[in-house]
Design a protein around this ligand. Sequence first.
Ligand code: FDA
Length: 502
Amino acid sequence: KISANTSDDFVTCIQSYNNSDGSIYTPENSSFSTLLQSMVQNFRAQTEAPLKPIAILTPSHETEMQAAIHCSKIFGLQIRVRSGGHDFEGLSYLSHVPFVIINLVNLRSISIDTEKKTAWVEAGAILGELYHAIAMKSPTLAFPTGTCPTIGVGGHFSGGGFGMMSRKFALSADHVIDAKIISYEGQVLDRKSMGEDLFWAIRGGGGGSFGIVTSWKIELVTVPETVTVFNVSRTLDDDTAELVHKWQYVAPKLDENLFIRIFIDGINGTVHTSFKSLFIGGANDLLNIMQKSFPELGLTKADCVEMTWIESVLYMANYPRGESIDVLLNREYAGTYFKVKSDFVTHPISVDGLEGLFEMLQEEDLPYYAGLQFSPYGGKMEEISESSLPFPHRAGIVFMIETALMWSEADTVNADRYMSWINNYYKYMTTYVSKSPRRAYVNYRDLDLGVNKYTKSSTSNYMEAKKWGMQYFNNNFQRLVHVKSKVDPTNFFRHEQSIPPF
Ligand code: FDA
C-alpha cells in the first residue's frame, strides 16, 4: 500500500531481506536526481509522465534484485529495469503508477572466450563497452548490433538489435546462445532451467515483460582485418528521387557484405540525402560491386576509406577519424526531446511517393532534426524464418524506415506542432508501407500504436494489446502471450507495452 512513508518502508524491507545491503537511493539522497537523469535519452517522454520513482536500486548481485522483487510485491510497486536508458518512450525510467527503478549500472562485466568465439555480457553493459572489450581481444572478432555505442545490451538484445552488419549477420538476438534471468518468483534461471519457450521470448519479445535479464551469452562473428566505409551526400536535385528509387531495387539484393543506408534529412527547408555504407571487405572489391550494381551513385575510390571493424564502429557513431576507441567506454550521451516512428516497406515506393516525402521534409518550420533512415534488408535477414525469434520482420521486407523528429528545450513550445507533423507523415506513408498489420520494430518503441489497458477481463486486455502486438511481432504475438501466461501469470513485470498474460 502506497503512503508517504513508502520509500522508507521499501528501503527497510530491502535491507531486511537476506541482510541485503544493496545500494538504494530515495528522493532524500543527494545523488538521486543525478542517478535518475543519467543516460535519460528522451526528455519529451519525461515531461509526459509526472511520477518519480520511490527508489532507485543499483544492484551488484542477484540477491538485491530478488529483494527488490519481493518488496515491490509487498508494496504493490512496479519495477522498471534500466540498462542503457535508450527506450524511445522512456519506459525504463518513467511510469504513471508508483514504481522503483532497477538500474543495472553495476552489472557490466564482459568476459570473452576468443577460442570459442563467445562472450558473457552483463545486461548493464552498453554496446560501446562490448565493442571495446572485443577489440581489446582480437581485430577480427566482432558483434552485430545497432550503431549508437551508448545503447544498453539489456534492452537492445531484448528487442532484436539491428545494425550495419545485419545483412551479413542478422540481429544481435540471433546470436544470443544463453542468458540468465530472474523470474517473477525471484528464481535465477539460465537457458536450461528457463526452457526454450522463455529463451525464445526474451530474444526479441521486447524488454520488461518476462523478468530481469542479468546477462547474455553471445556468439561472436568473424570479420576481415580490413573493412571499408563511405558516406556520399547529395542535396536535393531533380535526380534524387530517381536515385533513392533505384536504391530500393539494388540495396536489398547486393552482396550481403555490403550495407548501404540512406539518411534523408530536412534542414531549414532543404532536403539532404546521404548514402552511408559499411562493406565487410576491401575497397577494390567494393568498387567492383558498386560499378556493376549501382553505378548511378557514382562512387569513386576517393570516397572509400579502409579501416578496421572497430574503427568503423566509431565512424558510424560519427566520431572523427583517429579518435581513441576508449570513447566507446563513455556511457553518457546527451539526451534530447524526440519522437520516433518505424515502418517496413514491402514494395519499392514510387518516385511520386518519394517526392511527396521530400516535400514534407522541405517545410520551413521543422525542428533542428527531421530525418528518415532507410535500412536495406535482404541477405541473412531474409534467410531466417519469421518464427525463429519473436522479431518477425524477415523475408519479404525491402527496407526498414526509422523516422525521427528531435527538438531542443527552447523549442518545447512547438512540441504539439512537431507531433502533428509526424502524425501527418505517418498517415501519408500508409499507402507505401506494409499492411495488415502495418509493421513496427519493438526497439523503436511507439506508444501511439496502443498501450495496455488493464481491466478485469483478460480477454479485452488481450484484444487491445493484440493491435500493437501484431504490429511488433505479427504471428509471434500469440506465442509471446502464451509464454507470458506461463512464466508471469500475475503480470508482475509490466509496462505500457509489455506482453499481457491471457
Ligand atoms: P532501456 O534501459 O531504456 O531499456 C529498454 C526496455 O528494455 C525497457 O522496457 C526496459 O525496462 C527493458 N530492459 C532493459 N534492460 C532490461 C533487462 N536487463 N531485463 C529486462 N528488461 C530490460 N536499435 C537498433 O536496433 N539499432 C540501432 O541502430 C539503434 N539506434 C539507436 C540510437 C539511439 C540514440 C537510441 C535512443 C536508440 C536506438 N535504438 C537502436 C533503439 C534501442 O535498441 C532500444 O531503445 C533498446 O531497447 C535500448 O536498450 P537500453 O538497454 O539502452 O534501454
